[in-house]
Design a protein around this ligand. Structure first.
Ligand code: SN0
Length: 315
């Protein structure tokens, strides 16, 4: 595997789920694969779970890990092309990327949407620099448009907690004080479409996700109707795509609470975290036994380790 950005990169999902279960049962069984192999994790943005779980996954496989928070510890990188570099950014990404490639066997990158320009974000200009010029396999640790390690972990979690063969999975928008990227919902939809689940997306008008992700996906604008009979409620806030990067609503009628969860088929509650309590979800729901957000976070090690194992096998 040369890159991990979307479900097609990992191939057949039922096979990937089987492999993930094996990795979870036997986390130290493939340490020979990572011997004398190095991964660099580069962060352009903050992280808790992604940083710790990817590092843990790599060390479980016997790899050496280098973590770089580029904004704090590296030179500020210029990412525009053809500019006169007379400002405060001493290094260009065009040199930095191939240099980083010299020091490792695999690169993982986190680079969020900047919300300055839709075309620029959706062209994945930073991630693509790593793919084109690092000379190494690349893993997305959340780019402008996708968060595949999260979605793969979500799929593993749904597989572990489902009580029916084909669960009803509802992705619901929820209010948040800030403009958040569409990466998590885009990826979630992309993975659930490929999985054996019945997916419904619910959000207020104006929060439609990019058409390239939503083709053939059910949208229900009435959140309560969407919740009826659901087996999994997956909450997430995101900024508008059509009015790119705007917060059009902070309506707390969209907060996931006990009353709405009562409409479901005793649904499990999921969120990628970090979560704003009593904006996205009420304390009562996230603290209830139906909340599986911690199990979901634990599976971040499993998804990262399954992906890394595949990459190491194909080095
Ligand atoms: C990120 C996002 O894409 O929504 C990362 C989620 C894995 N979340 C945030 O940036 C939350 C920031 C906040 O202020 O709550």
């Amino acid at each position: 595997m040369k890159r991990f950005l979307k479900p097609s990169d990992i191939g057949d999902l039922s096979q990937a789920l089987k492999e993930a279960a094996e990795v979870k049962n036997n986390p130290y069984g493939h340490q020979h694969l990572g011997k004398n192999k190095t991964i660099v994790l580069i962060f352009f943005n903050s992280s808790l779970r992604t940083r710790l779980s990817t590092q843990k996954a790599a060390t479980n496989l016997g790899m050496n890990v280098i973590v770089l928070d580029i904004n704090k510890d590296g030179w500020q990188l210029e990412t525009e092309f053809g500019v006169v570099m007379d400002g405060d950014k001493p290094e260009h990404i065009r040199e930095a990327v191939p240099v980083i490639g010299q020091y490792c066997d695999i690169i993982a990158v986190r680079s969020f949407a900047k919300f300055e320009n839709k075309e620029e974000d959706y062209s994945e200009n930073i991630l693509n620099q790593f793919i084109e010029f690092s000379g190494r396999p690349v893993i997305s640790m959340e780019s402008a448009t996708r968060h595949p390690l999260q979605s793969f972990a979500d799929l593993v979690t749904i597989e572990e907690h489902r009580s029916v063969a084909r669960p009803k999975v509802v992705l619901t928008w929820a209010p948040h004080p800030k403009a958040l990227p569409q990466a998590v919902p885009n990826s979630f939809v992309e993975w659930m479409k490929e999985a054996d689940v019945d997916l419904t997306v619910t959000h207020p008008e104006g929060y439609e996700l990019a058409p390239e992700f939503m083709e053939g996906v059910k949208v229900e604008y009435d959140q309560k109707k969407a919740f009826e009979g659901a087996d999994f409620i997956y909450a997430k806030s995101w900024a508008s795509f059509s009015e790119y990067g705007k917060v059009l609503s902070t309506d707390r009628n969209w907060t996931v609470d006990e009353e709405k969860m009562a409409l479901t088929n005793n649904a499990k509650f999921m969120h990628c975290l970090p979560v704003r309590r009593n904006m996205i979800v009420s304390d009562g729901v996230i603290d209830s036994p139906n909340s599986i957000v911690i199990q979901e976070a634990a599976n971040r090690v499993v998804s990262a380790q399954t992906v890394l194992k595949r990459m190491l096998e194909s080095l």
